[in-house]
Design a protein. Structure first.
Length: 585
């Protein structure tokens, strides 16, 4: 599907080159027949040239041999990818197929219309031409040897001009050009250039017919008047050569234009260097071949698949790697391989898929030579891209204690394979200088050879769960702990036994479940505190306002009490004065 996409893209580019060359260099020239063959050659070149490829072999130095690690060392657990990914190539193919179907149906509908016009009509055979005089009001047209017209619409002189024009179409088989242009519009409907290309071809065919017809017509002015008269009949059949064309003004201009000079025909040759450049830039496949050896880059175990691709890997080696993987039930494909001028790989895409549904992709893009890329598969089911290393997980302590506590420690131990010794040099005859034996790969350092990560989980008196990693207390976030502990190791898991695997997985699951149970409560409490904080602030402010109001009310009550006491005293004084006045009377 990807190859089809690039083929259509290249074909559209070539078609655009020919159209631009015609439009700017040849459109105004009177080399009508030359332009006809130029435009036809552009169509066929755009179809054929993208299929023509050349192989360029670049000899490179033999790749250094790589030695496989111990066959018993597992490399990675099977990786099952379940994510949904849209294949845009198939989407584009569906859109292209739908458009192809629509335009093909339209093409068949036009054939049906043509058949309805010709069916049941009287045919008059004269020489190689078949004349059909119809009653419908249609523009005169020709289709191969058929010439269709309505004699009632024209006088004798006009009809002779029309027939002279249509005979040229029949004699030079212009209907073939029309059908070819239409078929290209169907196949490349998505390319707007092809529709302009078709219009240019049909217009040039009319220039040819006009030019040839005038050779047998003495009155050029009468012919031009006939062109103008036929413009009123706009009912045309799509797949024919109608006498009426919308660009009448251009046809009349070309009729009165002087013949182009012959030396202007050099313009046709300008397309040749463009085509050569296209071939050299897009159609050359660079194939790298080793000078001394064509053996695969790595010594591969008979039980496992182990392939290393480096910058000097040849196309033959990539093919051998794919065949070897296929023999083991794995589909391994290499694509988008790009090389620099030295033949070194700078970009490559590798995709694998096995019978169990495991799949994966590794892609490298850039301007510099790639670093070695490894693909592997072993008897344990490990498969993928990367380097083979080993991790063991052990569980110390009881999984379920009497008190229900599952305290214990998990030890993650990493082991590396020893590097193989350098191969012994073969015996060399006397008098021949012995080449230096290849050095053995550097063995891993003791620190790298064996690493441990001890994870211990316990409960305190309050039942709170704590965890330590290598003696350091950390937050009880299992996912975070394991990710941080293994971040610098870049290993894959391989369990020594089913029991150890089940125990370790069960511990991880329990811890994760407890964390997940606690997390919502903590989140809810946090959210409630955040929500209640503004209310508490408002309540605090209201309490302070109420306190101030109470103090103000207390002061007002004290003032009222003082005023009441003063009023009472004044009342007593007035009462005493009243009694005294009574006694005096």
């Amino acid at each position: 599907m990807e190859n089809l996409f690039f083929y259509l893209l290249k074909s559209a580019g070539l078609l655009a080159m020919f159209f631009v060359a015609y439009h700017f260099l040849l459109r105004k020239e009177t080399f009508f027949n030359g332009n006809r063959w130029f435009l036809l050659s552009g169509l066929f070149t755009s179809v054929v040239l993208p299929l023509v490829t050349f192989d360029k072999i670049i000899w490179v130095e033999a790749s250094p041999k790589m030695y496989a690690w111990n066959d018993n060392i597992p490399t990675a657990l099977p990786v099952r990818t379940e994510t949904f990914e849209i294949n845009w190539y198939w989407v584009l193919a569906a859109v292209y197929g739908l458009g192809l179907l629509v335009f093909l149906c339209q093409f068949l509908f036009d054939f049906r219309n043509l058949r309805s016009v010709l069916k049941g009509k009287t045919v008059q055979q004269q020489a190689d031409f078949k004349y059909i005089d119809v009653d419908e009001k249609v523009a005169p047209f020709s289709y191969f040897n058929y010439i269709v017209y309505n004699s009632a619409l024209f006088d004798e002189n006009e009809l002779n001009n029309i027939l002279a024009h249509e005979k040229v179409h029949c004699e030079q088989r212009h209907s073939i050009d029309v059908l070819i242009a239409r078929l290209f519009c169907i196949a490349f409907w998505f390319n707007p250039i092809v529709w302009f290309y078709k219009k240019a071809m049909l217009q040039n065919l009319e220039f040819i017919a006009d030019s040839e017809a005038l050779k047998n017509i003495t009155d050029k002015k009468s012919y031009q008047i006939t062109l103008l008269k036929v413009t009123t009949h706009e009912n045309c059949v799509a797949i024919t050569n109608p006498f009426y064309q919308s660009l009448i003004k251009k046809r009349i201009v070309m009729l009165n234009k002087n013949q182009s000079k012959k030396w202007n025909s050099w313009k046709y040759a300008l397309i040749i260097p463009i085509l050569i450049g296209f071939l050299l830039y897009f159609q050359v496949n660079v194939i790298a071949q080793e000078k001394h050896s064509t053996v695969n880059a790595e010594v591969i175990s008979t039980k496992d698949i182990s392939v290393v691709i480096d910058k000097n890997s040849t196309d033959q080696q990539l093919k051998e790697a794919s065949e070897q993987a296929k023999a083991q039930g794995v589909t391994l494909k290499f694509s988008k391989v790009k090389r620099n001028s030295a033949g070194e790989i700078v970009a490559i895409k590798a995709v694998y898929k096995d019978q169990n549904g495991n799949s994966g992709t590794s892609q490298i893009n850039g301007d510099e030579a790639i670093k070695p890329m490894r693909f592997f598969k072993d008897d344990h089911g490990a498969i993928g891209f990367g380097t083979a290393k080993k991790i063991r997980i052990f569980k110390n302590g009881n999984q379920d204690n009497k008190d229900g506590n599952d305290d214990g420690e998990i030890i993650i131990s990493t082991d590396f394979a020893e590097a193989p010794e350098a191969p012994e040099a073969a015996e060399i005859p006397e008098g021949v200088e012995a080449p230096e034996a290849p050095e053995a790969p550097e063995p891993p350092t003791p620190a790298d050879k064996h690493k441990k990560v001890i994870i211990k989980k316990f409960k305190d008196k309050n039942g709170k769960i704590s965890m330590t990693v290598n003696g350091e207390t950390v937050d009880i976030d299992v996912d975070k702990i394991v990710d941080e502990a293994l971040a610098g190791l870049n290993f894959s898991f391989d369990f020594d036994s089913d029991d150890a695997q089940e125990n370790a997985q069960e511990q991880m699951k329990r811890a994760k479940i407890q964390i997940e149970r606690m997390r919502p409560q903590m989140e809810r409490a946090k959210r409630e505190m955040e929500r209640s904080r503004p209310e508490m602030e408002d309540a605090k402010r209201e309490l302070e306002d109420a306190k101030r109001d109470m103090e103000n009310a207390k002061r007002e009550m004290e003032d009222a009490r003082r005023q009441l006491d003063q009023s009472r005293k004044e009342l007593e004084v007035q009462k005493a004065q009243l009694q005294k006045s009574k006694k005096s009377k």
